[in-house]
Ligand binder design. Structure first.
Ligand SMILES: Nc1nc2c(c(=O)[nH]1)N[C@H]1C(S)=C(S)[C@@H](COP(=O)(O)O)O[C@H]1N2
Ligand SMILES: [Mo]
Length: 408
C-alpha cells in the first residue's frame, strides 16, 4: 500500500511537469524568447513521458487487487476510467507525435489535436482530482489511527458488503466541497476549452486572410492573381495554420518594402513592390507540414519560382548555398544550391487566390513543399547566395538539418 501511494505521488508530479512543459511548448508567441531551450523542453517532455509509461507498468502487478477494491465504489471506478482514458490518449498520441516521421501526416495531425484536447480536459480534471484528493489524504494523515480501523472496515465491507449507515456529516460536507471545487474548475476552463475546440473543429477552409483575427496584408497595388489562383485549383486549403514567429510580427508597407538578391551573383536584384510584382509567377498546389505535428493540405500558392530567380541573377561558380532572410532580422534559413533548384520551391505572394496575411508571412514568404515548414521563411525580404555552409534559425537551435518529409 505504501509503495502504491508513493508511486501515485510520483506519477502526480510527473504529470504536473508534463502538463507544464506541454503548455509552454504550445504557446506560439514565446518561441523567440525560448529559442533553443524550446528544443530542450520538447526533448525533456518526451523523455519524461516515456518515464511515465515505465512507471505505469509498475501498477500492473497490483492491478487486480486494485480493481477488486474498486468493485463497489462507483466514484472511484469512474475516476480510474477517466484517468486511464486520459493516460492512454496522451501516451498513444504522444508516441505518434514523437515518431512523427514514421506515420502519415494525417495521423500526426490528429494526434496533435487529441494531445491538445486531452490536455484541455485533463488539466481541469487533474486539478479537481488533486484538490479533492489532497483534502482526502490530509484527512487520512490526520486520522491515521482511525484510518487503520477504516481499512479493517474496508476488508469487512469487501467480505460482508457495505454497512447501511447513513447521514455521516463528514462525508456529505466533503461531497459538497468537492462539488463546489468541480463546478469552479469547470467554470474556469469551459470557456477556453470550448473556444479552442471550436477553432480546431472548423478545419476548413484555412482562414488565412479573412476573419477578424487576421490582419490583412495591405500592400498596394494588390497582386493580380493568375487564373489558376482565381479558380483556386487546389480546391481551397484545409487545416489550420498556427501562427509562429520568433520576434514581433514585422509590418510591411508598399512604399518602403524592398526585395534583395545579392551575394555570389552576377546581377544584384533590389526591387520595390511594383518591380517585384512584374516578375512572372506560377501556381502550385502543395501540402504544408510543421514538425510539431500540424499540417495544412492542398494549399494553392502563387509566386515566383525560386529556380527562375536563381537563373535571373546568375549564380557564380563558387556559390554553394542559398540563404533566406526574414524582414524580422532574426529568422533565416538556408538550402544547398542543389536543393534550391527544385521546381516547386516558391517565393509566394498569394494563397488560395488572396494576398498572404501579415501573420502568415505576407506579403512574401518562401514555400518549400518537400521539406518541413521551418524551411519556409516568412516575411522573406532578402536572398543571399553564399559560398559556405550555414544553418538556419531552428537548425542552430537543435532542429534536424535533414528537413525532408519522407512520404510513405
Ligand atoms: N520569419 C519566420 N519564418 C518562419 C517561422 C518563424 O518563426 N519566423 N517559423 C517557421 C515554422 S517552424 C513554421 S511551421 C512555419 C509556420 O508558418 P505559419 O506561421 O504561417 O503557420 O513558418 C516557418 N517560417
Ligand atoms: Mo514548424
Amino acid at each position: 500500500m505504501r509503495f502504491l501511494n508513493r508511486l501515485h505521488r510520483w506519477n502526480a508530479w510527473i504529470i504536473l511537469i508534463l502538463v507544464f512543459s506541454g503548455l509552454i511548448l504550445s504557446i506560439g508567441s514565446i518561441r523567440g524568447q525560448l529559442g533553443e531551450v524550446r528544443v530542450w523542453i520538447k526533448e525533456a517532455h518526451i523523455l519524461i513521458g516515456l518515464v511515465l509509461v515505465g512507471l505505469l507498468f509498475l501498477y500492473l502487478p497490483s492491478l487486480s487487487m486494485h480493481l477488486k477494491k474498486l468493485r463497489e465504489r462507483m466514484s472511484q471506478k469512474v475516476n480510474l476510467g477517466i484517468v486511464l482514458i486520459l493516460l492512454l490518449g496522451w501516451i498513444i498520441s504522444g508516441i505518434i507525435l514523437w515518431q512523427f516521421r514514421a506515420y502519415p501526416s494525417e495521423w500526426v495531425n490528429t494526434a496533435l489535436v487529441i494531445h491538445d484536447f486531452f490536455t484541455w480536459v485533463g488539466v481541469p480534471y487533474a486539478l479537481y482530482h488533486t484538490v479533492t484528493r489532497l483534502r482526502w489524504i490530509k484527512e487520512l494523515d490526520r486520522k491515521s489511527a482511525i484510518n487503520e480501523v477504516e481499512e479493517q472496515n474496508e476488508q469487512l465491507e469487501l467480505q460482508y458488503g457495505r454497512p447501511t449507515i447513513t447521514g455521516r456529516p463528514v462525508v456529505s460536507r466533503r461531497r459538497f466541497v468537492n462539488g463546489a471545487v468541480g463546478v469552479g474548475i469547470v467554470a474556469l476552463f469551459l470557456p477556453y476549452g470550448l473556444r479552442w475546440f471550436q477553432q480546431k473543429v472548423e478545419l476548413s477552409p484555412a482562414h488565412l486572410i479573412s476573419g477578424d483575427t487576421v490582419e490583412v496584408n495591405k500592400m498596394l497595388p494588390a497582386p493580380k492573381p493568375l487564373p489558376d489562383s482565381v479558380n483556386v485549383i487546389g480546391g481551397g486549403a484545409s487545416g489550420e495554420f498556427r501562427v509562429y514567429t520568433v520576434t514581433k510580427i514585422p509590418e510591411a508597407d508598399s512604399k518602403t518594402w524592398n526585395f534583395i538578391i545579392d551575394g555570389h551573383v552576377k546581377r544584384i536584384v533590389s526591387w520595390n513592390w511594383e518591380q517585384f510584382l512584374k516578375f512572372p509567377r506560377v501556381v502550385q498546389v502543395s501540402d504544408f507540414h510543421c514538425v510539431t505535428g500540424w499540417s495544412v493540405y492542398h494549399n494553392t500558392w502563387e509566386g515566383i519560382r525560386l529556380s527562375d530567380l536563381l537563373v535571373f541573377v546568375g549564380v557564380t561558380q563558387d556559390a554553394s548555398m542559398v540563404k533566406f532572410y526574414s524582414s524580422d532580422l532574426k529568422y533565416t534559413d538556408t538550402l544547398t544550391l542543389e536543393q534550391a533548384k527544385a521546381e516547386d520551391i516558391m517565393v509566394a505572394v498569394l494563397h488560395d487566390g488572396k494576398p498572404i496575411g501579415i501573420e502568415y508571412g505576407g506579403p512574401v514568404r518562401l514555400i518549400v513543399p518537400k521539406m518541413y515548414a521551418y524551411k519556409s521563411v516568412k516575411w522573406l525580404s532578402r536572398i543571399e547566395i553564399i559560398n559556405k555552409e550555414e544553418d538556419g534559425y531552428w537548425e542552430v537551435r537543435g532542429y534536424d538539418r535533414d528537413a525532408w518529409i519522407e512520404k510513405g
